[in-house]
Design a protein around this ligand. Structure first.
Ligand SMILES: Cc1cc2nc3c(=O)[nH]c(=O)nc-3n(C[C@H](O)[C@H](O)[C@H](O)COP(=O)(O)O)c2cc1C
Length: 211
């Protein structure tokens, strides 16, 4: 499917067909596509727990306000933003930049200082925002790529983060920006038309912010 068509036709699907699994390798393929998302300095501060086992989905549903789609979708991804992504991935990123000629070896120290300086202390709000914004882009790319291959999705932030962390062994310092369910629309379900979208002139201004 064309990208523009995938963007236009993507919807948050409430009812998944529990009898229709994802094709083999589809999840891996979509995760690989999402992994091409842009990120600050290429630091990729995301992690994913893919929940596909029926019992694990039941547990996840319990942590996610009992949302039926969590159990019905063949896969639900716990998107995890990692504030430690800076330290974890910085050296490999700089190595790659150096190898590919993005920077000269003598620039390496300046770049690592810039990254560490820009994103602040590990537990700072800046650092948490860094992790969440990049992981949200990963999630969006996943949803568009899914639609492009005929797979429907549903993002969710209706969940108890502490419950998910406890049940899925996610360390306390991580953040869960959203869950994303993936699968196929339940047969016989008709989607309502897309709801209200604001007109651009309500929220877009040029050159300077307009109240
Ligand atoms: C970050 C995020 C969290 C959301 N959380 C939920 C949720 O917990 N439960 C739900 O039913 N819908 C949730 N939604 C879906 C939105 O309600 C839906 O995207 C919106 O109504 C627009 O519909 P559309 O995606 O079909 O255009 C969420 C969407 C986003 C982007």
């Amino acid at each position: 499917m064309e990208t523009l068509q995938a963007i236009k036709e993507r919807r948050a699907i409430n009812f998944f067909d529990p009898a229709r699994p994802l094709p083999p390798d589809a999840l891996t393929e979509l995760l690989q596509l999402a992994n091409l998302s842009p990120s600050s300095f290429g630091l990729q501060p995301w992690k994913v727990v893919a929940v596909t086992d029926p019992e694990r989905k039941k547990t996840l549903r319990r942590c996610a306000m009992n949302q039926q789609k969590v159990e019905e979708a063949p896969a639900v991804l716990i998107m995890i933003a990692d504030p430690n992504g800076v330290e974890e991935n910085m050296d490999r990123m700089l190595e790659s930049w150096q190898e590919l000629g993005y920077m000269k070896p003598e620039m390496r120290k300046a770049y690592s200082e810039m990254m560490l300086g820009l994103y602040g202390a590990r537990d700072s709000l800046t650092r948490r925002l860094f992790a969440v914004k990049n992981t949200a882009l990963f999630a969006m790319t996943f949803m568009i790529a899914a639609k492009g291959t005929g797979i429907e999705t549903h993002p969710m932030d209706g969940f108890d983060e502490a419950c998910i962390k406890k049940e899925f062994n996610i360390p306390e310092d991580k953040i869960i920006p959203m869950l994303v369910a993936a699968g196929y629309l339940k047969p016989g379900v008709n989607l309502l038309p897309r709801a209200f979208r604001r007109e651009l002139d309500e929220f877009v201004s040029y050159q300077s912010y307009r109240k």
